[in-house]
Ligand binder design. Structure first.
Ligand code: WTA
Length: 631
């Protein structure tokens, strides 16, 4: 069975109604779009588990079941940084590679339920490693390439991973990114990790130090391994992966996704939003270190038997237009990227994309941040030639897949709006006191009930999941985002309403940045806020109160504290040295005021008498005025 096409408004309504009126029947029916080792007899149980008695294997769904009909069809096209580095892997070849890698992992003692960390640049081995874990029931933990060694050490310790798969180096333009050295530093740093083996993909011929007894190059192990590997039958609610993401507390959370519900949601949403048909060449530009890479580079499109494109390089290297040239060269049909990338590419103008034949494109998508009407319009007109539907897709690591989006053909687009909840998603707007807002309104975006892609919990801390998502508005899943609904029911996302900062589509908690700053002895107090940024969406601005007289390099030290602890992606845009921070009488720093001041909005503060130290605000405003007039 395949997912039904939803290409008219009538069909869209019918699906939403069916999923709403009888979710049990709707999802049990569409569960048959997957291959089960034991078919589920129930969709959702009273404990909130999806397909509780189903058993399946995710790698079988992404590979084996396509072998008979599409064994020689291309599963993966890899375009390397260098033009001549191209690889086409058929389903049969990808299957063989995954089996080899799975056997290597088994040989290293990996059992079902064990965690395997993956820290790789944009090479095919990333996809292979994820599916290899799935094949033997191991839980993959993909770690973003931009994390610092300390950030990696934290995640290795929290997940308890026993094996890590990494690369010698990554290629980024002319630069070499030290993957292996980062892992070495993480392991030196993190005494708390359980890593026994480091398996290294040789991306280049550069030599890297190898620790005897711990580190091994993968390629000889893969060549020696069998290309057949019996897949492990997994409970639908056995964890498929952990993925770390940031929230309003300091410590990043390992979001746990299960096997059955997650895979169904990734596949269903991919089929619906990208109107997937056989022969499509699907390019999602996300790094596999983020959820978008999990659901739409790997699981969704491969479960649907599509062809995925993996690109190692950057949008404008060695010259502007590189992405468009990749689309032309590989006849990409479906292209999914982020507003940050679109904004950057827009600044290069229209003449560059116009040099390329982009007629293979059929559908476009955007994810990760609110997209402005201007960026939407440019992407739609200049890249999509005005003929490709452009879906702004709203979702989160925790939701597993797309939740609110345009469904091409069925819904008319409104530039900048994420449009409507998908079938099975009941999105609501609540006011601060938890009342449901009807009709045209703006409020906090919540989801009522469950959907198959919903995360199982937070690794090692289910109470935390409950407290973060379910306690703020009892009875609903709270997203942390604000949204507006127009009079026709379209949703327009307005950004986070909590203390999460979205820098170029990367989630960073203010508390995470503040915890990093607090490690620097020269800093007595600090606060981090997000401010609007023309290219990055948001940027991090930091306020610090020095411990005693400020040294000349205190700003640099503050920035270094953050990049050392988290990674370069979290580098503060600006660091202000101040004498005091505005606080409530109970001692809480009022970030709302700091955000306003840091955004350059220094008028209209209203009544500050509820603050313990209103003078702190006046002093800050004065400092900003001085800076503005001297700039
Ligand atoms: C934001 C990425 C506006 C939002 C898939 C959410 C968006 C967070 C959109 C999740 C969108 C994602 N419009 N905002 N289309 N898509 N976001 O977990 O704030 O990395 O809560 O998942 O990104 O980020 P995450």
């Amino acid at each position: 069975m395949i997912f039904p096409p939803v290409s008219t408004l009538h069909e869209h309504r019918a699906h939403r109604k069916a999923a709403h009126d009888d979710p049990e029947r709707y999802w049990l029916t569409y569960a048959h779009a997957l291959d089960w080792m034991q078919c589920p007899s129930k969709a959702l149980d009273a404990a909130g588990l999806w397909f509780p008695d189903g058993r399946l294997n995710a790698s079988v769904n992404c590979l084996d079941r396509h072998l008979e009909m599409r064994g020689n069809a291309t599963a993966l096209i890899w375009q390397g940084e260098e033009e001549s580095h191209v690889l086409h892997l058929s389903y049969r070849q990808l299957h063989a590679q995954v089996c080899r890698m799975a056997n290597v992992l088994r040989d290293h003692g990996i059992m079902p339920g064990d965690r395997v960390a993956i820290h790789l640049p944009g090479v095919p081995e990333g996809v292979v490693a994820m599916l290899a874990c799935a094949r033997i029931g191991a839980i993959h933990v993909v770690l973003f390439g931009g994390f610092s060694p300390e950030a990696i050490a934290d995640r290795l310790a929290d997940s308890g991973a026993g094996v890590i798969i990494t690369a010698d180096v990554g290629r980024r333009g002319a630069k070499r990114i030290p993957f292996k050295a980062t892992i070495d530093a993480a392991l030196d740093h993190g005494a708390g990790t359980a890593i026994r083996h480091v398996l290294v993909v040789a991306v280049t011929s550069e030599t890297v130090p190898m620790t005897e007894g711990r580190d091994r190059f993968l390629s000889p192990l893969l060549s020696a391994a069998s290309d057949l590997c019996t897949p492990e039958p997994m409970d639908a609610n056995a964890p498929l992966f952990l993925l770390y993401t940031s929230g309003s507390t300091g410590k990043p959370k390992g979001i746990v996704h299960g096997t059955g519900g997650y895979l169904l949601w990734a596949a269903y949403t991919h089929a619906l939003v990208f109107a997937h048909t056989p022969g499509d060449i699907f390019w999602c530009t996300a790094d596999i270190g983020w959820i978008t890479g999990h659901s739409y580079v790997v699981y969704g499109p491969l479960a649907n038997g599509g062809t995925i494109l993996l690109f190692e390089g950057m949008p404008s290297h060695p010259r502007p237009g590189r992405w468009w040239q990749v689309i032309e060269k590989h006849r990409v049909t479906s292209f999914y990227t982020s507003p940050t990338a679109i904004r950057a590419l827009m600044t290069e103008g229209d003449t560059i994309p116009k040099r390329y034949d982009l007629f293979s494109l059929r559908v476009l998508g955007s994810v990760g941040e609110p997209i402005s009407q201007e960026a939407w319009g440019w992407f739609h007109a200049t890249i999509g030639g005005g003929r490709c539907p452009l879906a702004d897709t709203w979702w989160q690591t925790e939701t597993g897949g797309i939740m609110i989006s345009l469904v091409p053909g069925a819904i008319e687009a409104r530039p900048g709006a994420a449009a409507f909840p998908l079938p099975g998603v009941t999105a609501l707007l609540l006011d601060a006191s938890g009342r449901i807002l009807e009709g045209e309104a703006e409020g906090m975006l919540c989801i009522a009930g469950s959907w198959p892609g919903r995360a199982l919990g937070i690794w090692g801390n289910d109470a935390h999941f409950h407290a973060t998502y379910l306690r703020p508005f009892p009875g609903y899943y709270f997203t942390g985002d604000g949204a507006r609904r127009d009079r026709d029911g379209y949703f327009w996302l307005t950004g986070r309403v909590d203390d999460v900062i979205n820098v170029s589509g990367h989630r960073i908690g203010s508390a995470e940045v503040e915890d990093a700053l607090a490690m620097e002895p020269a800093i007595a107090e600090c606060a981090a806020v997000g401010v609007p940024h023309a290219l990055k969406g948001q940027a991090i601005v930091v306020f610090i109160v020095p411990n005693g007289p400020a040294s000349d390099d205190i700003q640099a030290r503050a920035a270094r504290a953050v990049t050392t602890r988290l990674g370069r992606y979290a580098a503060p845009e600006r660091v202000y040295v101040v004498t005091d921070l505005p606080r409530t009488r109970s001692g809480k720093i009022v970030r709302r005021l700091l955000r306003k001041i840091a955004s350059g909005d220094i008028e209209g503060f209203g009544d500050l008498s509820t603050l313990a130290n209103p003078a702190a605000v006046t002093i800050l405003i004065e400092a900003m005025r001085r800076e503005a007039s001297s700039a």
